[in-house]
Every structure is written in structure tokens, then in C-alpha cells.
Write a protein that binds this ligand. Structure first.
Ligand code: HEM
Length: 188
């Protein structure tokens, strides 16, 4: 029994889980679930990205601060690229997502229907996670090339607004489905 549990308690409290995470050597992530460090970094990035984009859109739509909007979107793109590359390397090093979900092959955490659900959620997530970088990069590169410097509305505005909104919605759906994957894989 630990300082955090009462007699008869067999479930970990969130506090116990956090303490275990930070005190166990080779702990898996920092969110307190049995995932991986990079998976936790990506999940956190997916959550943080949403308010940043909302702020960037507020800047461009309401404040008409085109230069800051461009700078935020460009910085966000670089940060996301670094996180995604690090995540992909980490995934390869683990030998795939199933080895993170089921770290001990002799006592797998998820099997059968539960594992099938996680796989389905991952496939749905991949639809958005694959299309987003493609449309996002197109939006970014065209904006760099076709807007003036410093950026101002112009002949590229119409196409940029369409691409910009599609990119934004795609990224938000990547985020929502990524969190849903994390939930079914590690939090239930
Ligand atoms: C992938 C990154 C980007 C996304 C997702 C994005 C998204 C958007 C969206 C959704 C709007 C329309 C807001 C509205 O409805 O009024 C917009 C407007 C604008 N963006 Fe971006 N943007 C990105 C990168 C950039 C970059 C790099 C520049 C400049 C080099 C830029 C310059 C502008 C300008 C000037 C407008 C105003 C257009 C107008 O109102 O006529 N954007 N952006």
C-alpha cells in the first residue's frame, strides 16, 4: 500500500499514476499513461496547436495583422515538422504502435475487440494525419511565393482563404482523431 491508497483500493488514482510515472526508471511518458514519451509529446502538441491556430486566425481576420499571422503559421509548421519527424523515428525504434500499446508480449494490455477498435481509430486518424501535411505545405508554400513581403491581401487571397480553411479544418480533425486514438489505446 502506498501513501496514496486506502485499504481495499485496487485502482490507481491519477496522483498515484503521476508519481509512478515520474519515479519509475525508464518511465513511458509524462501524461501518466502507459504510452511512450514521443506519443505524449505529439498528443500535447495536438492539443496546443488548436488555440495557436485560433489566435492566428483572430489576428488575420479581426486585427488584420497579416505579418504576425504569417510568422505564427510558419513557426507552427516548423515545430510540427520537428515533432512529427521525431515521433516517426521513435515509432520505428519501438517497432510500431502495437509494441507501445502492448509493451509486454507475454501479458498484452489490449487484445481482440479492444485492439481492433484501436486499429480502426488509428486508420481514421491516418486519413487526416496524411492529408494535412500535404494541403498544409501547399498552403504555406503558395502563401510565401504569392503574397507580398510584408504580407498583404492581394490576388492570392481567394485561393489562400480556401486552402487555409481546408488546412485548418484538416489539422483540427487530425488533432481530434489523434486524441481519440490516444484515449482508446491508453486511457480507457
Ligand atoms: C499553412 C499555413 C497557413 C494557414 C493554415 C493559413 C490560414 C489562413 C486563413 C484560414 C485565412 C482566412 C481568414 C479569413 O477567413 O479571413 C488566412 C488569411 C490570410 N493569410 Fe494565411 N495561413 C497560412 C499561412 C500564411 C502565410 C505563410 C502567409 C504570408 C506569407 C499568410 C498570409 C495571409 C493573408 C495576407 C491573409 C489575409 C487574406 C485576405 O483577407 O485577403 N498566411 N490565412
Amino acid at each position: 500500500m502506498t501513501a496514496f491508497s486506502r485499504p481495499g483500493d485496487c485502482r490507481e488514482t491519477p496522483v498515484q499514476r503521476m508519481v509512478k510515472t515520474y519515479t519509475t526508471p525508464m518511465s513511458n511518458g509524462f501524461l501518466g499513461y502507459d504510452s511512450s514519451l514521443m506519443l505524449d509529446v505529439v498528443v500535447s502538441a495536438l492539443v496546443l496547436v488548436v488555440p495557436v491556430i485560433i489566435y492566428s486566425l483572430y489576428l488575420v481576420k479581426i486585427r488584420k495583422n497579416f505579418a504576425l499571422h504569417a510568422a505564427i503559421q510558419t513557426t507552427l509548421s516548423v515545430v510540427l515538422l520537428i515533432v512529427v519527424v521525431a515521433f516517426e523515428v521513435d515509432m520505428r525504434m519501438h517497432g510500431g504502435w502495437q509494441n507501445i500499446v502492448n509493451k509486454n508480449p507475454d501479458a498484452p494490455r489490449l487484445v481482440g475487440e479492444a485492439l481492433a477498435q484501436v486499429r480502426t481509430m488509428l486508420l481514421v486518424h491516418l486519413v487526416f494525419a496524411v492529408s494535412t501535411p500535404l494541403i498544409w505545405t501547399t498552403t504555406l508554400v503558395l502563401a510565401w511565393r504569392r503574397f507580398a513581403n510584408p504580407p498583404q491581401p492581394g490576388s492570392h487571397s481567394r485561393l489562400h482563404k480556401t486552402l487555409g480553411w481546408i488546412s485548418t479544418i484538416d489539422l483540427v480533425l487530425t488533432s481530434v482523431t489523434g486524441l481519440a486514438f490516444y484515449y482508446v489505446a491508453f486511457m480507457r
